[in-house]
Design a protein around this ligand. Structure first.
Ligand code: F6R
Length: 616
């Protein structure tokens, strides 16, 4: 949450910073700001409530010169979205300016102490405490900027990724992180440095990147080697990674929204996800994580999946896949609950963290707990080099490219695809998978991208269908077995972007309460493909029909039984039961998208949400 960018170098900083903010806007978009050290040596700070475009308007007639600056796009935690609460924040003397992503938990105590020493606060944020504290420490102890940052951060409880600019020191930027992501890009000959919350604002300028670890600070000084050190000022070896990002993934590519593009990307990115892992010529799945850690993974007595939101839904499918193919018990936990409830973690457990962003605070904390208890931790992550990817013992990237739309789509199918391959490979290694079924799933997985393509051809039909339902204030999504997590995911997609209240349930649970909600106003989405308990789900549909509920059914192509029962249906191709979620979720993504568009909402940046939930 919140996106930060910093630049120091030879180029004009403003276009780099604002371009970077646009790339990071998925992290937060309620206000934005930029601070530039101008060519005349003045510190110019511009802020605006709203999106980065508002900031650009404010800055359009101002002096935006300078080859050094910091910028921020905010997702409010402390203090409402407003210009005064937007970052950067400036210290009492006006010398220091700072951008921050994270939460300072002891900010009230620190603020009171600083107020008692004569510091004034202009905003309601926790962040302003940081910049004042650094200045206080610097002035009272006579420290250099980096020493003041180190000393101040030792007094702070919470999470931070910060970049600090000192107007008296035009050749250096200082940055630091703890529990919030930060990456530094190194330009040619150490003449320029980029700092950002992720690689996307940096990738077009350099591939040489350094990911900071917790409680490390970095000094970016023109013409000098990058220096990384601890809060105790001990040098840390600088590990430069060559990061390749497909920049076309960062653009809408002609689609009106990132979300629609990412839905349509699914056939090709799932091919990327399977490439080199699902080997058609050998009819096998090979995952390097499993080859490298075979013993540990094969001998797991239990697998505990920790994740949040959409990734948690993928985890529910993962549970079914792993239990089916590997005969190992699997528990799926909300990371936020797991981390606080003294879970019993045994040394022969494998804890599997699933995360698109790789930065989710609760999932990171769950991993830490699992590691402390001696469990082996496996990551299923999209963002390469992210904190979760680096804090797990091993893992498998989903490789679906950056996901910008706040509502997750291609990352979900990518996670399910990886979990399927993992279950197959682990099942084979454990000797628990039936050879014929293994071959059939491997073969069918290869057909999935083309089958998704086929579903996407119904986009305009789904768009037409969506127009009927924009009136609704509530939706029910019902599915069973493999399609139960899809019901949860369909409901989550709808509520996130259309602001329509939606609940997902196992269809059989309807009778235990939700059926009371059914009337002619209530749309009920049934995921009724031709798999487990098909007949039972047809009975559930009859129950809704006889209470005048409005049914939308996702069905297997050519299912004349359901077609005769309901007027609104979307067909998906036949597939194996265990792969059903990969197909049945696609119409639900499109339905949510089109309903939100019909309602005139900003689907890529829904209110109150942010892509990367780096606060708990
Ligand atoms: C929903 C969505 C969120 C995320 C959740 C976990 O569309 O995107 O529910 O799935 O915040 O995020 P990651 O997967 O980044 O850990």
């Amino acid at each position: 949450m919140c996106g930060i960018v910093g630049y120091i170098g030879k180029r004009q900083a403003y276009p780099i910073l604002v371009g970077g903010l646009h790339r990071l806007e998925y992290r937060g978009y309620d206000s934005a700001g930029v601070a530039l050290l101008s060519d005349k040596g003045e510190l110019n700070v511009y802020k605006a409530k709203g999106k980065v475009a508002e900031l650009e308007l404010v800055a359009s007639e101002k002096d935006c010169s300078g080859t050094m600056g910091v910028a921020h796009t905010r997702w409010a935690t402390h203090g409402e979205p407003s210009t005064k609460n937007a970052h950067p924040h400036v210290s009492e003397s006006g010398n220091l300016t700072l951008v921050h992503n994270g939460i300072i938990e002891n900010y009230v105590v620190l603020r009171d102490q600083l107020k008692a020493r004569g510091y004034h606060f202009q905003s309601d944020t926790d962040t302003e405490v940081l910049v004042q504290l650094i200045e206080y420490v610097e002035q009272s102890l006579g420290l250099s900027l980096e020493a003041a940052v180190q000393t101040a951060l030792k007094r702070v409880i919470g999470a931070y990724a910060i970049v600090v600019l000192d107007r008296r020191s035009p050749n250096r930027l200082v940055a630091a992180r703890k529990s919030s992501p930060m990456v530094v890009g190194i330009g040619e000959g150490n003449e320029e440095f980029f700092v950002a919350s992720d690689a996307s604002p940096i990738a077009e300028y350099t591939k040489k990147m350094v990911y900071l670890n917790d409680e490390e600070i970095v000094v970016c000084e023109r013409g000098h080697e990058l220096r990384v050190c601890t809060l105790d000022n001990k040098d840390v070896p600088v590990e430069v990674k060559n990061v390749e990002l497909d920049l076309t993934m960062l653009d809408k590519g002609g689609y009106p929204h990132f979300m629609l593009k990412e839905i349509f990307d699914q056939p090709s990115v799932l091919q990327d996800c399977m490439r080199g892992r699902l080997l058609p010529e050998h009819g096998r799945v090979v995952l390097s994580a499993l080859t490298d850690h075979r013993e540990r993974l094969v001998s797991a007595r239990r697998i505990v999946i920790v994740s949040c939101g959409t990734s948690w839904h993928a985890g529910l499918i993962g549970k079914q896949l792993i239990e089916h193919f590997c005969k190992v018990p699997v528990e799926v936990e909300y990371a936020s609950e797991f981390r606080y409830r003294e879970p019993v973690i045994l040394p022969d457990d494998v804890v599997m963290a699933i995360s698109q962003s790789g930065e989710t605070a609760d999932t990171l904390a769950a991993i830490e707990l699992a590691r402390e208890a001696g469990a082996f931790v496996f990551g299923v992550v999209n963002a390469v080099g992210s904190s979760i990817a680096r804090n797990t013992h091993t893992g498998t990237y989903i490789h679906v490219g950056p996901e910008i739309g706040v509502a997750s789509t291609k990352a979900f199918t990518g996670q399910v695809c990886v979990l399927t391959m993992l279950a197959l490979a682990l099942g084979e290694a454990r000797g628990t998978v039936d050879a014929a079924e293994y071959r059939a799933v491997v073969e069918e997985l290869q057909q999935i991208p083309a089958k998704i393509e086929h579903i996407l051809e119904q986009n305009s039909r789904i768009e037409t269908l969506s127009k009927i339902f924009t009136y609704a204030h509530n939706f029910l999504y019902l599915g069973r077995g493999w399609n139960y997590p899809v019901a949860l995911e369909g409901a989550l997609k709808l509520k996130e972007i259309s602001y329509i209240h939606a609940e997902g349930y196992p269809a059989a649970e309807m009778k235990h309460g939700p059926i009371a909600l059914i009337d002619q106003e209530m749309p009920v989405v049934f995921i009724a493909t031709h798999h487990q308990q098909y007949e039972k789900i047809i009975s559930n549909m009859q129950e809704v029909k006889s209470r005048n509920g409005r049914i939308i059914a996702v069905i297997t192509e050519g299912d004349e039984v359901v077609k005769k029962m309901v007027s609104e249906y979307i067909e998906v191709p036949e597939t194996l039961s265990c792969l059903a979620p990969l197909l049945s979720v696609i119409p639900l993504q499109l339905l949510a998208y089109h309903i939100a568009v019909q309602k005139g909402l900003n689907v890529d940046m829904p209110r109150n949400l942010a892509k990367s939930v780096t606060v708990e």
